[in-house]
Structure formats: structure tokens, C-alpha cells
Design a protein around this ligand. Structure first.
Ligand code: MG
Length: 235
């Protein structure tokens, strides 16, 4: 099996800078191994941009399982914040997928940048949001519908840069021809309904899907930075 991948970002219509980071920057095609990822940074001054960039660059550079690479990225973000007082308090999400030559995608995930799988018309979120609101929904205290507009929907319970002991979720997917994997920052998922994302993803090439989804988020208001990675499994 081969993978076809594309990625893109846009700062949106309200933010003056882009604190998201992603990899790889160029689209491509091949059997893997290839690593794709999205990081959504936060923190005052330049902190958010530095944290997401550092996390992506570190995870690209180091060896190990996806979870080990995310753990290493966490350490590097923490160390940078300790060295530079202006960066204190910076943090970032990181959702990483290793596209394996053994027809397996291995994900490692911290935060609320989501991964979705589109297979045979079914669109399913494969990551859990590490947010206060998602925990309320899981515990039955809040409906999925109310969660969409909850004022604290971006408040994270897990993030890189906060604690040396970060728990990393690991997810493994055995891929089939035609599968599409989406990884995106919340600038997409807070602006565009899931059924619309699924429809776009299902009928476009990865490259077209990336830029159409970014345009849809901007048309809906573009309240945040928008970053999208799309992978399609082909023969
Ligand atoms: Mg965001």
C-alpha cells in the first residue's frame, strides 16, 4: 500500500500570527515510513509559536516509537521555557501519525488537535480531546451538542510544556485502500461541522481537501489558526 499526503496552514481571519505548526510541508506519495503531525501552540508573546515549532522539529528528529517522540518533544519544550523567561508558560498540543510500510498507522496524541478516519463513508474521530469539556461529556455531565459552544471548550487538561510526566495516548490503525486520515487543529473543528468535513474529505484529493477545508473554516469566520493534514491510502 502507498500513502498520498498533503498539508497546509492558514492564520485565519482574526489572529495576527500563526501558532500552529505541522509536518511535512510538502505533499508526497510513498509506502512510508513517513511522519505527519499537527501542533497547536499557546502562550504569551512568541511562546505559542516557539512551542509548536519546537515540538514538531523535535518529534521529526528523534528516534523511537511515536509516543517516545512526543514525550521527548515535551521535555524539549519544558527545557526551552526554563532557559528563556519570556517563554515561561508556553505549551502545545501534538498529534503525530507514523505512516508505516506495514500498512499500519500509529498515532501518538496530547491535547485537542484531532485525528479522524474516513473509511467506507464512516467518519470517526480516533483521538480523544484532552479538554475539561470532553471529560464532562465522557462522564455524562454535558451533552455533545452543548460541548460545541461551551465557553471552556478550549481549556486543555493535557498539553506539552506543562509537566515532565505527560501521559501520551497511543492509537493503532490497520489501514485499507481508500482510507483517509485527517489531522487538524481546532481552528478547523470549531468552525466547520463534522459532516461537512467528512463530505469534503471523501470527494477530493488530499491536496484539494486541505485547501478546501481551510477555506471553509475561513468562510465560517476563521476565528483561529487552521492547520490540516490529509493522508489517503492508495494501492
Ligand atoms: Mg487552535
Amino acid at each position: 500500500m502507498n500513502y498520498l499526503w498533503a498539508a497546509g496552514t492558514h492564520q485565519g481571519r482574526l489572529r495576527s500570527n500563526n501558532e500552529d505548526a505541522y509536518a511535512p510541508e510538502a505533499s508526497g506519495r510513498g509506502p512510508g515510513p513517513v511522519t505527519v503531525m499537527v501542533a497547536d501552540g499557546m502562550g504569551g508573546h512568541a511562546g505559542g509559536e516557539v512551542a509548536s515549532r519546537l515540538a514538531v522539529d523535535t518529534a521529526l528528529m528523534v528516534e523511537g516509537t511515536p509516543a517516545e517522540r512526543v514525550t521527548k518533544a515535551n521535555k524539549v519544550v519544558i527545557e526551552a521555557a526554563l532557559r528563556e523567561p519570556g517563554l515561561a508558560g508556553m505549551g502545545t498540543t501534538l498529534t503525530l501519525a507514523e505512516l508505516g510500510p506495514d500498512d499500519t498507522i500509529r498515532l501518538a496524541h496530547v491535547g485537542d488537535s484531532r485525528a479522524y478516519l474516513l473509511r467506507d463513508g464512516d467518519f470517526e474521530m480516533v483521538t480523544d480531546d484532552h479538554t475539561v469539556v470532553a471529560e464532562h461529556v465522557a462522564a455524562g455531565r454535558l451533552s455533545t451538542q452543548d460541548a460545541l459552544t461551551h465557553p471552556q471548550r478550549s481549556m486543555l487538561t493535557r498539553v506539552l510544556g506543562l509537566s515532565p510526566e505527560v501521559e501520551v495516548d497511543e492509537i493503532e490503525i490497520d489501514v485499507k485502500e481508500g482510507d483517509r486520515l485527517l489531522i487538524c487543529s481546532d481552528g478547523l473543528t470549531n468552525m466547520v461541522p463534522e459532516d461537512r468535513i467528512a463530505a469534503t474529505l471523501g470527494k477530493a484529493s488530499p491536496e484539494e481537501a486541505v485547501w478546501t477545508l481551510i477555506e471553509q473554516a475561513n468562510r465560517a469566520g476563521g476565528h483561529d489558526n487552521i492547520t490540516v493534514v490529509v493522508v489517503q491510502v492508495i494501492t
